[in-house]
Design a binder for this molecule. Sequence first.
Ligand SMILES: *Cc1c(COP(=O)(O)O)cnc(C)c1O
Length: 401
Amino acid sequence: MESAVFPTVLPTYNRADVAFVRGEGPYVFAEDGSRYLDFGAGIAVNAFGHANPRLVAALTAQANKLWHTSNLYRVPGQEALSKKLVENTFADTVFFTNSGAEACECAFKMARRYHFVSGHPEKFRIITFTGAFHGRTLAGIAAGGQEKYLEGFGPKVEGFDQVPPNDIKALEAAIGPATAALMIEPIQGEGGLHPMTPEFLRALRKLCDEHGLLLIFDEIQCGVGRTGTFFAYEQLGVTPDIMCVAKGIGGGFPLGACLATAEAAKGMTAGTHGSTYGGNPLGMAVGLEAITMVLEPGFLEHVRTVGSYMRQQLAGLIAEHPAVFEELRGQGLMLGLKLHVPNTDFVAAARKHGLLIVGAGENVVRLLPPLILTEDQVREGVKLLSDTAADFDANRKTAAA
Ligand SMILES: *Cc1c(COP(=O)(O)O)cnc(C)c1O
């Protein structure tokens, strides 16, 4: 052959050379039949594990009736799911999307539009925080502010200012006459499970109230039960005006949502925003069943119990392998291990042991197992992490010898 063939799948990912063909609960099975314990859950998506019978039933029942009609007509599933979300959160209203990035876009547009209809079109800037991740659209990468995602995609979308998290002075200095909103992940996911202090998040609310700004929480990764409450903000004593949701809400079906108070949403009148697929009957059927499961008695309690058990087990693991692990971060079943060894190497080594985990910023590996995980499965995962760490301990000994 004369020249290399360009990959038919656009090569924007450094993919591991493994393909999964089926899943069951927290396990996935590769083409060769080998079994993996999935502590990545498709990046915090498969909150109920793989092939959850209730989600399969909800999806297939809807698939046999109607797939898509568009938003030119009423969609009963949207009415039911929005009602359930509104009843169980701060929000009054919901816009449905197919992804997290679109939920963020809706939030950006809503914040600008709010000030526009309030007679302040000059207020359009949104302050975000170093290490943030708000999706891969042009506005999303401007909001996230990460050079590695912005490079070559300029000019950067105007209107995003970034300050370090947990630094009130820097934030106060950044607020100006053009500021419209503050946007933050209560627990940064991609950025390395970098914890925001509750005091800082409460201070954000106070600053927003004082300056007439909207507070936007991006709970795409930390929401829908992952931290042990329906949404992470419930543990902070702070409510946002707008909240982005995705990942876990579809349990694996592409689904996102932008939740808001009636006040924050007051500019989003007919014709201002839309989506062909957003809120389609399939997504609504799955989302409704997913939310129903999360809110059933005992589910969130299970996340908290298994989360704290896992935390204990991981503390023991860190103590056993101090040359590999630096610290434990996170909450509920959104946990991270900051490493002394390169996280990409560790993720690959864990996969060889049959454990799937996900890298993040600040040399962290994320443990984002399905929320249905049992204590036995926690022990199984921690054993695999220990076996993986032992490889690195052994390598160090060989290198030192
Ligand atoms: C994953 C994620 C997004 C983007 O969601 P997509 O579905 O990939 O578009 C945005 N914000 C946060 C916090 C996320 O974790």
